[in-house]
Design a protein around this ligand. Structure first.
Ligand code: NDP
Length: 267
């Protein structure tokens, strides 16, 4: 066995999904055309769900849905801007009209925003990041919840971050929004548990997706060094946790925040 095979940076491949796990369920994934959202769309489709890929980037959403259909899954794409409540309402209606009901949702669309100290942070970037990463999750649940309740219940996962409980210098808007997602998740979970809807949040460490595309090699090495696992996470590793939380195997898990962070938050 080579030394690389012992390395902490080895990335395991998640086990194949059980094709019946989400059979008969419809799932909506916001930001589903890229990164973690795309991995989730693939994971839910592999588990038998009909998947609606909702994304700002309509062309990539269509490509993602077409890819899922080629695997034999039922899938559709819808253009959605989570900062716009009317767009979210239309996207949820599209999911219900297309597949008959909505049972599962992953509110994952998000942006990083620039890096700048709070006293210099551009106000327009603050508004854009909060509108996408926090208001976007509210808008999504605002229209998903009535649909899921009408379907008899289901589950929602909201994409927070390790920065949902930790600070990070230079990212005030992102950190505030991701903390907000955790509080919003807990509140909605309290409100809807009795109606058979489980709502949880996931807190990934730094994950190797296009969101980190602007990080220069030095910044990337620094990010890696923050994870005891010795590497960035993969979108598939986040998708595996979120899929578990959406599944009936997580039937007693309500209103909590779950890390998948290579040990980032352990110290
Ligand atoms: P990506 O940039 O790969 O994917 C995000 C997707 O969301 C893109 O397709 C993007 O479209 C879309 N999107 C952006 N704004 C909107 C909007 N207003 N309405 C609808 N869709 C939108 O990012 P990741 O997969 O890395 O991130 C997914 C989620 O995970 C985010 O919420 C992020 O904050 C969170 N996260 C990511 C971490 C990481 O290290 N990567 C760590 C912790 C959490 P477009 O490309 O056109 O902008």
């Amino acid at each position: 066995m080579s030394s690389t095979e012992h390395s902490t940076s080895t990335t395991p491949t998640p086990a194949p999904a059980d094709r019946t796990e989400f059979a008969g369920r419809t799932a909506l994934v916001t930001g589903g055309a890229s990164g973690i959202g795309l991995a989730l769309a693939r994971r839910l489709a592999a588990g038998g769900a009909a998947v609606v890929v909702a994304d700002y980037d309509e062309e990539n959403a269509r490509k993602a849905a077409a890819e899922l259909e080629r695997t034999g899954a039922r899938a559709a794409a819808v253009a959605m801007d989570v900062t716009d409540p009317a767009s979210v309402e239309a996207g949820v209606r599209f999911a219900v009209d297309t597949f008959g009901a909505l049972h599962l949702a992953v509110n994952n669309a998000g942006i990083a925003g620039p890096s700048s100290p709070t006293g210099e942070y551009p106000v327009e970037d603050w508004n854009r990041v909060v509108a996408t990463n926090l208001s976007g999750v509210f808008h999504s649940m605002r229209y998903e919840l009535p649909a899921i309740v009408a379907a008899g219940g289901g589950a929602i996962v909201n994409m927070s971050s390790i920065l949902g409980t930790n600070g990070f210098a230079g990212s005030p808007a992102y950190v505030a929004a991701k903390h907000g997602v955790v509080g919003l998740t807990k509140t909605a979970a309290l409100e809807y548990a009795a109606q058979n809807v489980r709502i949880n949040a996931v807190g990934p460490g730094f994950i190797d997706t296009p969101l980190l595309r602007n990080a220069d090699p030095q910044a990337r090495e620094h990010l890696i060094s923050l994870h005891p696992a010795g590497r960035l996470g993969t979108a598939e590793e986040v998708a595996e946790l979120a899929a578990f939380l959406l599944s009936d195997r997580a039937s007693f898990i309500h209103g909590s925040y779950h890390l998948v962070d290579g040990g980032y938050s352990a110290p």
